[in-house]
Every structure is written in C-alpha cells, then in structure tokens.
Design a protein around this ligand. Structure first.
Ligand code: IVH
Length: 672
C-alpha cells in the first residue's frame, strides 16, 4: 500500500472508532488499540506532511454531536492532549518545547490525574450556572445543561460574598471531567445483576451514556460526579496565572477539584510521580488512564501554541493499558485445590501492559451465561495490577454467527465424579476428596511462592509425583525417598539433589508460611501473620475458640469460622501431625522483629531477580523500613537490578545512582 492509501485506510478506521466511542458510547476496540492506530497515523502524517488535511482525525477532537441535543458553539476551541507513554517521551516533550523557549528557561509543573470520563464545559454568568456542554468535536458540542443540573457535585451558584473583595468573574467557562465513581459503578452493576439486567461494560461509557440521556430524570438516577481542572475563558479579574493557583481558585469558588493533584518543581519529580501513580492507580476511587502534566505558568504555556488539536504546554502520560480485545479460542475446565470447577478462557495471545495474556478467568458458568459469552467471540480482557486477567464481556457487534455456546460440565473432567452445586452458590464443585487434580493444585499451592516457596518444585514435578503415586497427600513432600525419585524418568542425581535440597531448606520457613501453606480459606500471608502475632503458634490457633479468633484485630467472622472449620477436619489433623513430624516451624520466632535497616531510603526495582519476584522484593524492602518507587530520579538511593534490566539501569548510571543486585540487598538488610 502507498502511504496515501495507508493514511486513507487508517483515517477511516479511526473515524469509525471515534464515532463508536464519542457518539454511540460503545467502543469495539480498547483505548490502547485505538491509541496504536492513532499513533500510526501521526507517524505516517509526520513523514508525509503534504498528505495532512484539515479533516484528518489528528486535526480535530471527538466526533459529531447527536442531532437530538441543541448544538452550542464553544467560546474557544476545546483542546485535547498529546500522549507520552513513558518517561523518555516526557523528556522528549520537554526538549521539544525547550527549543521554543529562551535558553535556560526553568519550568515547573502541575500533575493531575487523567480521569477517564466525559469532558464538560460549564458556563457561569454573574456566578450563575447557565450552560453546560459536551466537548463534541472541539468547536461545537451538545447542550446538556438539564442533565448536568442533576449532578450534586456541580456548583449551580458561585459564592458572591459582598463582604469580601472576592467574587467570580462575570463570565467564566470552566472545564471538567464528569465520571462514574468506581464503587457506585460496582453497586449499579450489582443491582442490575439481581434484577437480571445486562451489566454495563465500564464506568466511562456508562457516565457518557447517562449524561447524554434525553430524559434528565434518567441522568438524575445515576450518581455521576465531577472534577474540574481548567478555566477556558473569562472576562474580568481574579483568575490566577499559575495552574496550581488556578486549581485552588476553582476550589474556592466551590468547584470540585481532585485531591490527587500535585505540584512538581522539575521533571524528575514528574517522572517519579508517574511511577507512584502506576502503582496506586487501582486504589483510586475513579478510573484514571494516565496523568496530565501542565506547565504551571499558564500564559507561557499558551504562548507555546498547539499542534493540531493538542496544546504544546501540556501532555498526557498514559498508563500501561489494562484492557484489550482479543478472540476467545476455547474454554478449559479448571479444578482448584478446594474442588471448585471453574471455566478458564483460552485466548488468542494479546499483550496487556507489557505482559502477554493467553488465559483469563471467566469466574463461573453463571457469569458466562449472564454475559452471553461464546466460543469464537471477540472479548474485552482486563488485566489490572496483581489481579488475574478476566473477561469483561463479549463485543457482540462483530459476531458472524459462527460463535458457539459454552455449557457447564456435568462431571469432573479429571476424575469423572458428578459435579455438585451447593444450594445458593454459583460455583460448582468436584466433591471427590481423592481427585488427583485437586491434589496437584494443593501441592502447587503448598510449594508455591506465597507459601513454602520451595525451589525447583514446579507444577510439572507436582503432577508427575502424584501420578507416580509418590505423593498421596500434601505432607508426603517431606518424606520423599531419594531412591524412588532417581527411578523417575528424567530425574538424574543433580535434579534429585536440587529438589531434595529445596524441600529441606523449606523446613526453615517461618510459621506464617507454614500456616499459609495449609490452604485454609481466607488465610493468606497477611491473615496468617495476624493470627500468629496474636496467638504465637499454630497449635494455639488450632485450640482457639471462635470468639477468641474474632477478637483479633483484622480477623472477621467469616475467616474465624473458616479457621475453626478447617482445624476440626480429621484430614487437617493428619496433615498437622505429618508436618510436625517433618519438623516444620509451628511457632513464631522472636527474631522476626521489625528491622529498620532501610529507613529513609528509596529503591527502584528493575529486571528479573534470581530469587524473588518484584512484589516480594518490594515487601522485603518495605518490611525493613524502605520505600519503593517506580522510576529512577536523583532521590533514588539504590537501583535493585536483576536480569534484563532496561532503561532504568541506563538512567541510574546516568545519574550516578548505585546499582545493587539481590545478594547485596540481602547483605545490606543484614548489616543494617
Ligand atoms: S487538560 C488543553 N486535564 O483527557 C487542556 N484533560 O486526552 C486539555 N482529561 O479531552 C485537557 N483529566 O477529557 C485535562 N486533568 C485533566 C484531565 C483531562 C481528564 C481528559 C479530557 C481531555 C482528554 C485528553
């Protein structure tokens, strides 16, 4: 294809997706996939400037407004933002604008969350709200005043205090983002679930759909809210020149402004914040897809002008994608360590946030039926933080009729036992205590990183040892015979030694890990720690009463009941005895007291470490009083680097930040 044809095709695609997103509020691809198309077009246009036309999607924002609302022409163009996807691109932006500024100009910045909602323009005359509009295509939007008036967060009248000299300008146009708070969104879907209505896909489209209801009463039923971040035009005095002061000014006038905004004296600070934001993004009560970096000095920012629809004086730093669409190839049946039979999606591999995702959970068969997910569907997959990737739902528009329904199994595919569905539960179970697949899962969990963390003991080894009859119950791990192992295919001396050494070493693991490994419902590492801190030993926990357990800070009634139920089972008693025989730690040792070796130090972690995952390294550092951030700056004390370390290593070397490996980290902690 010639560049001309390529550009034409990309524009058609982008326009279609813009229409789906902005007009219909029903995108068929993820934001990241859209971004990729857009970036490709930008690149092609940059290489062929003669092919740039005013109607290119790069030259305008959004799509045409719906006919049903009155159209309003904005008093000034409502701009968009260009995107940076990593710290390098942030520095490149600074370099680009640096060329337009006198040499040695020092800039400071305001960092704001980039809320994934709907951009709105709010006009006030003499302090009175009299027009609210969507962005539309950036020049003309839709009049949604009636709908905005239903929103609690929107100030309808600004304070005009005759006693103070402080009064809003007679004409003021404020820009903000309307959105659906995440907890409210969950609630709404929960309600729809109970009422048997189809679930909404995501908060952003639900917010947009709610605001563009022709009937404001419907909007009023939705708990939409708002954060404001910009003043577009005004007449009169009082609007500060610095963005940071503008945000305070907006707050003083009664506008809702996010509390998560920050002032940054330099770009290092911005880069560091980007890292912290990525880590905490899933704890925020609204959906954020990045941060916005604005030059604090607004007149200066304005003077830089814009490229297409994007001002030069601000940039968005997008977070790694968390949602992508891909094809559902098949559904596998998983049996968990508690016997739960769960459907698992086999996907056409897709990269989400730097990780290739091939599987995702489908939760349970009820959920599949409710969402009407079929084999062969294009599905939207979400991978957020440490959560296992899951399927949000199918994109039904692109079905071609070849999709196949998914039926729940009637029998355990591993042992053939008929499945059981407890009344009132959505899950189905394999209730055969001797089901080999359940044992594989229990062993996997027991030896896994969050439990006994036994080296050289993977899933395949677990499955093989069970198949060969060497492990009949979990505790058999500690009674494996060297001779038996040597007889297995592929198990030479070295491999057997490694396995046995790993098992032996795990006997020194602290009691919290032993308790975690037992696999009691609701008892992960944190809860195990709480129980042991309070009661001191596994034996004391085993003999505790329900009341005693419930009194422990952080232990709820459900967990307490699960602990009691577990210790009452004869199989649990047998496991305890065998583990005791293996001389595992059942009591808390005194030496586990808190260390402060890393107090006041900030670490950045990069690459693959030999002996721990990054999240384990993070916990380790934090448990010694240190802090972990996402990107290297002058404030970083150490870069902890493993194999295949990338740009962070270069940055650390550039700034002269000491680089250490895992072994040195452990040594540092020990030496205090
Ligand atoms: S500033 C010239 N600030 O992100 C100013 N936008 O991708 C341009 N957004 O259309 C916008 N939070 O709808 C700005 N704190 C924030 C924002 C924000 C969300 C949205 C806005 C904009 C889009 C650009």
């Amino acid at each position: 294809m010639s560049p001309d044809e390529q550009i034409k095709k990309l524009r058609e695609q982008i326009n279609y997706h813009l229409y789906r997103y902005h007009v219909l509020d029903s995108p068929v691809i993820s934001d990241a996939q859209y971004d990729a198309l857009y970036q490709e077009l930008l690149k092609l246009e940059a290489a062929n400037p003669e092919l740039v036309t005013p109607d290119s999607p790069t030259q305008r924002a959004g799509a045409e407004p719906l006919d049903a609302f009155e159209k309003v022409t904005h008093p000034a163009p409502v701009l968009s933002l260009s995107n940076a996807f990593d710290v390098e691109e942030l520095y490149a932006w600074r370099k680009r604008i640096g060329r337009l500024l006198p040499e040695d100009t020092k800039l400071d910045y305001v960092v704001e969350p980039k809320i994934d909602g709907l951009s709105v323009l709010l006009t006030y005359r003499d302090g009175h709200f009299n027009l609210g509009a969507t962005r539309g295509n950036g020049t003309v939007g839709e009049d949604i005043t009636a709908n905005l008036l239903t929103m609690y967060a929107l100030p309808k009248q600004l304070p005009v205090d005759p006693a103070s000299s402080f009064a809003p300008p007679p004409y003021l146009v404020v820009r903000g983002e309307a959105f659906f708070p995440l907890d409210k969104f969950e609630e709404l879907n929960q309600k729809r679930l109970v009422e048997g209505e189809p679930l909404y896909m995501n908060p952003r489209n639900t917010a947009a759909g709610s605001l563009r209801q022709l009937d404001p009463k419907k909007t009023a039923e939705r708990p939409l809210t708002l954060y404001c971040y910009d003043i577009i035009v005004w007449e009169g005095e009082g609007v500060p020149e610095k963005q940071w002061d503008r945000l305070s000014y907006l707050r003083e006038l009664g506008f809702p402004v996010s509390a998560d905004v920050a002032y940054c004296p330099d770009l290092e600070c911005v880069a560091e914040l980007y890292g912290t934001w990525i880590e905490k993004r899933n704890e925020i009560k609204y959906e954020v897809d990045g941060i916005v970096i604005k030059i604090n000095d607004q007149p200066l920012a304005q003077s830089l002008g814009f490229v297409g629809k994007d001002p030069r004086g601000a940039i968005a730093m997008k977070f790694p994608a968390q949602e992508m669409t891909t094809k559902l190839l098949d559904v596998a049946v998983n049996v968990g360590r508690t016997g739960i039979i769960a459907p698992n999606a086999i996907l056409e591999p897709v990269e989400i946030g730097g990780v290739v995702v091939k599987n995702a959970t489908l939760h349970n068969y009820d959920e599949i039926e409710r969402k009407d997910i079929r084999i062969g569907d294009t599905v939207l997959v979400k991978r957020a933080g440490d959560v296992i990737p899951y399927i949000i739902g199918p994109v039904t528009d692109v079905r071609d009729g070849s999709e196949k329904a998914i039926n729940p199994p009637t029998h355990c595919p591993f042992c053939g036992t008929e499945v059981f569905r407890p009344p009132g539960e959505v899950a189905i179970y394999c209730v055969n205590a001797a089901c080999p697949e359940q044992l594989v899962r229990r062993v996997e969990y027991f030896v896994g990183r969050s439990a006994m963390d036994i080296d050289n003991f993977g899933s395949q080894t677990a499955a093989l040892l069970i198949e060969e009859g060497l492990i009949k119950e979990v505790a058999d791990i500690y009674f494996l015979q060297r001779q038996d192992l040597l007889e297995l295919e592929g198990f030479q001396e070295k491999k057997v030694d490694n396995l046995l050494n790993g098992i032996d070493a795990s006997k020194a693991q602290p009691a919290t890990r032993v308790l975690t490994a037992m696999g009691i419902r609701f008892v992960g590492g944190v809860v195990a720690g709480l129980l042991l801190d309070a009661l001191g030993s596994i034996d004391r926990i085993a003999s505790a009463s329900l009341e005693e357990l419930e009194e422990i800070e952080g232990i709820g009634p459900e967990t307490a009941a699960a602990v009691i139920a577990w210790f009452q089972q004869p199989t649990s008693q047998k496991l305890l005895e065998k583990l005791r025989l293996a001389r595992l730690n059942f009591a808390v040792e005194d030496q586990e007291s808190q260390s402060v070796a890393f107090e006041g130090m900030t670490f950045v972690i990069t690459g693959t470490l030999p002996g721990m995952t990054r999240s384990e390294a993070k916990s380790f550092i934090e448990s010694h009083g240190g802090k972990v951030t996402g990107s290297v700056s002058r404030r970083t004390s150490y870069l902890l680097a493993g194999e295949a370390a990338g740009s962070k290593l270069d940055k650390a070397n550039e700034l002269g930040i000491p680089v250490i490996d895992e072994a040195s980290l452990l040594q540092l902690a020990e030496e205090g």
